[in-house]
Ligand binder design. Structure first.
Ligand SMILES: C[S@@+](CC[C@H](N)C(=O)[O-])C[C@H]1O[C@@H](n2cnc3c(N)ncnc32)[C@H](O)[C@@H]1O
Length: 489
């Protein structure tokens, strides 16, 4: 974790003013107020943390250094919420849900400063007490002071030891220490165990807690090779498993793209697992001119852009469908560089209109299905606390219906890629097994071999043929699942 700006400037109080009695209030940094507001937005309005952050930072007019501090505070407190809540419970000797929600968020931000950012104890405690007075119940300022002082007296490692000592089960301890909901931890372990790699669980949980490096995709047709881009732009390096991937070492991705030398619209921010998933469909076998391709769940268009570029190069046509009109518009924007090969439509993917009619048939179809997103937890610090096991039945039913509709419009001999950004077995292996039981004419291809043939270097995948599961801790990508199927000609 970065300690960036751990002691932010104290100017810029944005609330309050003199209390009754006339004494001036202690000042508090605008960055801390922004971080607190973001935590509330996430909790009370179901906001996405990244969108709330950029809106609040803009409203407060924070300079770059304070914006970085607000981001570190809010993202850290959200990502580590499970662990911090357990530590607060132990220090306060009361369950977290018996602490007022506003005070809880003040404490989470305080614990992140103490344990995650190594802010000097007195500064973290004093600012938190001031924040409590400003935004929550002033009479609980003493409680905040006492709890944070108790937390600051122990080291990070000592708190882990206490979590372990007081947990009911080893799973409870690991879930709290790694800040994952227990059901997510179990789902991740089940998926690793299915590959004989249950011993990698802690490495995976650790990777989920690291903010991912930014990757770019350099689309075919960019007019420049990844190595040439890396030679002209020092912030970009030829790193990662995707043959069209580049990794950004730091700084603004938009600036790196502008300096990359790629044709306009041909360099884009995209996880390299997503790049590989789209390439698996496009490159599993050579494409013939005139082929018809379909991206059934296309929004916001990351994989559509890769498929569109591949289709343009091969002389194929791509239809991109997305149920949400707003997200379909994002798909349109994502394919500006290759628009001549792509048609974007907006329908429910279970209906014939998405395919252009009952009789329409496609040579390649991507079903990048709506899913729980458990494979991308490192991207959205709040996401793990929002998912519920109860969400899964509805999602898996929708995934099955979208797959059935896709298969009905797959040309004889055509290729179907089923992709999820989730390793949950119900959304991956089980979904494919069920589909194959419903549609015995489908044959599963060896997606692992296809990916080994595409990737920049050997990929650490299980031996033997089958669907491929990528992992953050092993491949540095989101946990993408990729199955390839074909329909008998
Ligand atoms: C995992 S995302 C796709 C990501 C996209 N392929 C990319 O790489 O940018 C799933 C998409 O499916 C869309 N979706 C959800 N239900 C759908 C349906 N019934 N028909 C078509 N699209 C649907 C969601 O709006 C979402 O944009």
């Amino acid at each position: 974790m970065s300690g960036a700006g751990a002691r932010g400037p104290r100017g810029g109080a944005s609330r309050g003013g003199a209390p009754r009695g006339g004494a001036p209030r202690a000042r508090i940094s605008a960055a801390r107020l922004v971080a607190y507001d973001v935590l509330r937005d996430v909790e009370e309005r179901d906001a996405y943390a990244n969108l709330a952050l950029s809106a609040r930072i803009g409203d407060a007019g924070l300079a770059a250094r304070d914006a970085a501090l607000a981001t570190e505070l809010a993202a850290g407190a959200l990502r580590w919420r499970g662990r911090y809540d357990r530590i607060i419970e132990l220090a306060a000797e009361r369950p977290i849900d018996r602490i007022d929600p506003r005070t809880r968020n003040v404490l989470r931000l305080g614990v992140h400063q103490l344990l995650g950012m190594r802010t000097a104890s007195h500064a973290a405690v004093n600012e938190s007490v001031e924040l409590q007075r400003r935004v929550a119940n002033a009479s609980a300022a003493g409680f905040v002071n006492g709890v944070l002082r108790a937390i600051g007296r122990e080291t990070d490692a000592a708190w882990d030891a206490r979590i372990d000592a007081e947990a009911r089960t080893a799973d409870d301890a690991l879930a709290a220490r790694s800040s994952h909901p227990g059901w997510v931890l179990r789902a991740l372990r089940d998926a690793l165990r299915a590959e004989g790699r249950a011993d990698e669980l802690e490495a995976l949980l650790g990777a989920d807690n690291d903010a991912p490096r930014v990757s770019l995709a350099l689309l075919p047709g960019a007019g420049i090779e990844p190595e040439e881009v890396a030679a002209r732009e020092e912030s970009l390096a030829v790193v990662g498993p995707s043959p069209i991937g580049l990794e950004l070492s730091g700084g603004d991705p938009a600036r790196a793209i502008a300096r990359s030398g790629a044709a306009h619209g041909f360099a884009r921010v995209q996880d390299q697992g997503s790049q590989l998933a789209a390439l698996a469909l496009a490159r599993a076998r050579e494409a013939a001119a005139g082929e018809r391709w379909l991206d059934l769940c296309a929004g916001p268009g990351g994989k559509t852009a890769v498929l569109g570029a591949e289709a343009l190069a091969a002389g194929a046509r791509l239809r991109a469908n997305e149920v949400s009109a707003h997200r379909a518009e994002l798909v349109r924007r994502s394919v500006t560089g290759v628009a001549e090969a792509v048609e974007v439509v907006s329908h429910d993917g279970r209906e014939a209109a998405a395919f252009g009619g009952d009789d329409a048939r496609f040579d390649r179809i991507l079903v990048d299905a709506p899913c729980s997103g458990l494979g991308a937890l490192r991207r959205r610090p709040e996401a793990r606390w929002r998912k519920r096991p109860a969400d899964l039945p509805e999602l898996t039913a929708l995934q099955g219906e979208l797959l059935d509709a896709a298969v009905a419009h797959l040309a004889p001999g055509g290729l179907l890629a089923y992709v999820t950004c989730s390793p949950h077995l119900a959304e991956t292996r089980v979904a494919v097994e069920r589909l194959r039981r419903r549609r015995p004419a489908l044959e599963e291809l060896d997606a692992r071999a296809v990916l080994q043939g595409i990737a920049r270097g050997p990929l650490d995948l299980p031996e033997g043929p089958g669907a491929a599961q990528l992992w953050p801790h092993r491949h540095g990508t989101d946990a993408m699942f990729i199955a390839l199927l074909t329909r008998a000609a």
